[in-house]
Ligand binder design. Structure first.
Ligand SMILES: N[C@@H](CCC(=O)N[C@@H](CS)C(=O)NCC(=O)O)C(=O)O
Length: 242
């Protein structure tokens, strides 16, 4: 049975981390809200699910994934689940936990990337918090991005199996997610990020290596890959990249 992914249809957002894992796995999945309402899709399908009262473990917010009777919310938990089923995580328990730890750190980075343009509230428009966003984005760009990328560079260098992957010697969902973060940061901060990335050669090499993987390359060239835009997590506001 195909997985059902529930995520906002117009953005890459956090759903993209799940899409990349499903695509790399070659898994059969339905991106429910991207289907038309006539086909039972669209935002109404997603909202109907969130409003259901008969679910014992309801997700807090999209993305969430349905696999038969199993329903999982939280991007990192979804990836933990998919990683085990599609060889996108090591089998060893300690290594699986390490992969999950990295993913949770990526979730922190994603949250901060969002808060750089929405520092006061996700419920206010960017235009309602521009002065605060200017300050927050400057800190994110100059201090937080290097801190996160520095940590990824360091754990790549320390990987006993080589610096091509974050964990072990094979691709994991954490590699795919780091790729997506670099893509997003390059989109959001084109001026400063190109320069910045040069300071983290292992991260840059991993980013390029993931983009070259046959299934990822095919996905990125397909219509399934939505373009970045100014409604998602990674937004390009030139005034925040000075
Ligand atoms: N920690 C959650 C965050 C989920 C989340 O914030 N989802 C956003 C879209 S990317 C949303 O729809 N939030 C609605 C809300 O927080 O009410 C995850 O990583 O999945």
């Amino acid at each position: 049975m195909a997985y059902e992914l529930y995520y906002w249809p117009g953005i890459q957002g956090r759903g993209e981390f799940v899409r990349l894992a499903l695509e790399e796995a070659g898994a059969d999945y339905i991106d429910v809200a991207r289907r038309s309402t006539e086909e039972g899709g669209g935002i109404p399908a997603l909202m109907a699910f969130l409003e259901r009262k008969d679910i014992a473990h309801p997700p807090f917010a999209p993305p969430f994934l349905k696999d038969g009777d199993v329903l999982i919310g939280q991007t990192a938990a979804i990836l933990l689940y998919l990683g085990d089923r599609h060889e996108l995580a090591p089998k060893d328990a300690a290594q699986r936990l390490w992969t999950h730890q990295i993913q949770l750190t990526i979730a922190d980075l994603v949250g901060e990337a969002h808060d750089a343009h929405h520092p006061l509230s996700a419920d206010l428009y960017y235009e309602e918090q521009k002065p605060e966003a200017l300050r927050r984005a400057s800190d994110f760009r100059e201090r937080r991005i290097p801190r996160f990328l520095g940590w990824f560079e360091d754990i790549l260098a320390r990987n006993p199996k080589g610096d091509g992957h974050l964990v072990g010697k094979a691709i994991t969902y954490a590699d795919l997610s780091l790729f997506q973060c670099v893509e997003g940061l390059l989109y959001a901060y084109p001026r400063s990020m190109k320069r910045r990335l040069a300071q983290f050669p292992r991260v840059a090499a991993l980013h390029q290596g993931v983009a070259r993987r046959p299934r990822i390359r095919a996905y990125l060239a397909s219509e399934r890959r939505l373009p970045f835009n100014e409604e998602g997590i990674f937004r390009c506001y030139p005034e925040l990249d000075r």
